[in-house]
Design a protein around this ligand. Structure first.
Ligand code: NAP
Length: 261
């Protein structure tokens, strides 16, 4: 049996991907940091979809030994993968001088290193015909003062995925999606509100983002900004000179401080 490996499965957007894939009857291999949360999620899926194949394995994506243990578990069960949906991400919003060493490592590893490692692991276990989907962010479109490492890691993820797509061309599909705001956690909902009109038009429900992202990778899109307004804003923002963009972003994003969850 071939599984879709979903990271960040217990999170807001990850949960939407899980719902969408479960409704399609796709076998799921779900991961996140908490074994208890994963078991609860799997139990609720089995209740709703009794015929659905669901496997879970807790993994700290910032830890290479934990990532190796995830694949060792899959290998022991002789699991193969038809798709990777890399949703896990850490978003720290504060001045770079206020970062701690531990949070620098966590954010860099989960947002970039973990994604590279899992893409390789899934591709090597399936190769031909698999779909590799990464959730990037519109934040990668411009350097973001007060969201600097997040936007830099998402840019790195985007660049890696676009390059990977060329390497696996004809053998696998690889797509990076760039959503705008998604009202998942309370702090993100508050953030979207503080961004006023821009926040409101840019935000899309998790279910819509998940469905559009799965469609994009099925069509082997290189990079997909999710949502009509976001496509327009993405083009528009690149027409504004960088110093102005940086000033506006610093003013808006400097208003809030938040740490990793
Ligand atoms: N919400 C937005 O406005 C927005 C906009 C653009 C892009 N995105 C991207 O969308 C993705 C999902 O975000 P979300 O809004 O759904 O936030 P979320 O609910 O906080 O989900 C983040 C997920 O990342 C996982 N994660 C964090 N650290 C991890 C680690 N060390 N090891 C394994 N998993 C880890 C968490 O898993 P556990 O807590 O279960 O371990 C959680 O499920 C992220 O990549 C984010 O950057 C979000």
């Amino acid at each position: 049996m071939e599984y879709t490996l979903v990271t960040g499965a217990c999170g807001g957007l990850g949960g939407a991907f899980v719902d969408c894939l479960a409704a399609r009857g796709e076998a799921l291999f779900l991961t996140g940091r908490s074994a208890a949360k994963l078991q609860t999620l799997a139990a609720s899926l089995r209740e709703r979809y009794p015929a659905l194949a669901v496997e879970t394995c807790a993994c700290d994506l910032s830890d290479s030994a934990s990532r190796e243990a995830l694949f060792a578990y899959a290998d022991e069960k002789r699991m193969r993968f038809s798709r990777l949906v890399y949703v896990a991400g850490v978003d720290i919003q504060k001045a770079a001088e206020a970062y701690t060493e531990a949070k620098i490592v966590l954010q860099s590893r989960v947002n970039l290193e973990g994604a590279v490692s899992l893409a390789r692991g899934v591709f090597l276990r399936r190769g031909e015909g698999c779909e590799l989907l990464a959730v990037g962010s519109m934040s990668a479109g411009c350097p973001m003062p007060y969201f600097a490492l997040y936007s830099a890691t998402k840019k790195g993820l985007e660049q890696f995925w676009v390059a990977l797509r060329t390497e696996v061309k004809g053998r696998a599909k690889a797509t990076v999606v760039l959503p705008g705001g998604i009202p998942t956690r309370e702090d993100i909902i508050e953030n979207i509100k503080t961004h006023g009109w821009f926040g409101r038009v840019s935000a899309l429900p998790p279910a819509k983002v998940a469905a559009a992202s799965l469609k994009a990778v099925a069509r082997n899109k290189r990079k997909k900004v999710i949502g009509g307004w976001n496509k327009f804003l993405y083009v528009l923002e690149h027409l504004v000179p960088l110093p102005i963009r940086l000033r506006v972003i610093a003013k808006i994003w400097g208003k809030t401080q938040k740490d990793a969850f």
